[in-house]
Design a protein around this ligand. Structure first.
Ligand code: UDP
Ligand code: MG
Length: 324
């Protein structure tokens, strides 16, 4: 049905010197069995360790390896985006560099793609070796995100490990928004999709590059890129507060009019003021999140800067991208 196909595998890597050799070995092992041309597109996201040098070492002896070398750390989502910009395969696979996403699942994804699905998600049925905190926050995040985004169907418990068809990759390349939540965007572009289940393995070596702060940022990006609900919630809550204060006012006035003893209003008044101030500041913060996004878009800076752009352009020009 699909002949002469070519695959691209995108591997974002940030300080993955401890695992990248093993990742390369496992990926090669799997890709070789397909007997079709492929490219391994490593994206070095401004690593401060030996990651880039190690990948250059692979590329020296293996023409299927390509390196997109960022000038600094631009973040995981941007690294995937760069991979999609340069990937040339008919099917493009995105996989983490730390072997939490087992490369052995790729042939199953390809089977589904050959059956006509344009997006094949890999859904985590189990997560190994991750802390209770990480599992719980991830569980909650996917559910809250789903509750807040009604119009698009972002699948639960699904990371960026997936296969996308050329058509999806081209559609993704047209989206240049700055604060990117790639898995949401892939759902947004549509197309026929299916899921396969897999067990998310323990990280092979090294530690997570998503500390709490980055995880929070990522979650906020996810929500704010796809939903206005936080803004609407602020409006509804404002209405509730107005109604409540009106009732309080009536109660106070009645007390003042009909009681002869002096009523001390200060403690509840101060509490109310602090509550309202806090609430207003939270709403301002939420608003700021959206205004900040507009600001980012208007600056119109490039999404990433490549150290080896010229080299890549030359390679593209000479057509030396694929090999078996
Ligand atoms: N990553 C990246 N840039 C970053 C952070 C992470 O390219 O700023 C890569 C990282 O090398 C890995 C993938 O994104 O291949 C997922 O990161 P990680 O495994 O640390 O996240 P976790 O699995 O703990 O959520
Ligand atoms: Mg990981």
């Amino acid at each position: 049905m699909k002949d002469n196909v070519r695959y691209s595998v995108i591997i974002p890597a940030y300080n993955e010197g401890a695992v990248i050799n093993e990742t390369y070995r496992r990926l090669k092992q799997v890709m070789k069995t397909l007997n079709e041309p492929y490219e391994l597109l490593f994206v070095n996201d401004g690593s401060r360790d030996q990651t880039a040098e190690i990948i250059k070492g692979f590329a020296a002896s293996d023409p299927s390896v390509k390196l997109l070398d960022f000038s600094r750390n631009f973040g995981h989502q941007i690294a995937i985006t760069a991979g999609m910009d340069y990937a040339r395969g008919d099917a493009v696979i995105i996989i983490d560099a730390d072997l939490q996403d087992p490369p052995e699942v790729i042939p199953q994804m390809i089977d589904q793609w050959r059956q006509g699905y344009e997006i094949v998600y890999a859904k985590r049925s189990k997560r190994m070796g991750e802390t209770f905190f990480k599992r719980t926050t991830a569980f909650l995040f996917y559910r809250i995100l789903r509750a807040l985004t009604e119009d698009i169907n972002i699948p639960l418990d699904t990371g960026d490990f997936r296969l996308i068809d050329r058509k999806v990759c081209d559609a993704m390349r047209d989206i240049r928004e700055k604060n990117r939540f790639v898995r949401g965007l892939v759902s947004w572009v549509g197309f026929r999709s299916t899921a396969i289940e897999y067990t998310r393995e323990e990280r092979f070596a090294g530690e997570t590059k998503y500390p709490l702060k980055k995880m929070l940022r990522f979650s906020i990006d996810g929500v704010a890129s796809f939903s206005y609900k936080p803004l609407k919630l602020a409006a509804s809550f404002g209405l509730v507060v107005v109604a409540a204060s009106f009732i309080c006012l009536v109660v106070f006035l009645t007390q003042i009019l009909f009681s002869y003893s002096a009523v001390s209003c200060w403690p509840p008044l101060i509490a109310c003021l602090l509550l309202l101030d806090g609430f207003i500041l939270i709403v301002l913060g939420v608003l700021g999140e959206y205004v900040g996004r507009i600001y980012d878009e208007t600056k119109n800076r490039p999404l990433y800067i490549l150290r080896n752009k010229q080299e890549l352009e030359d390679a593209k020009h000479n057509g030396v991208i694929y090999s078996e």
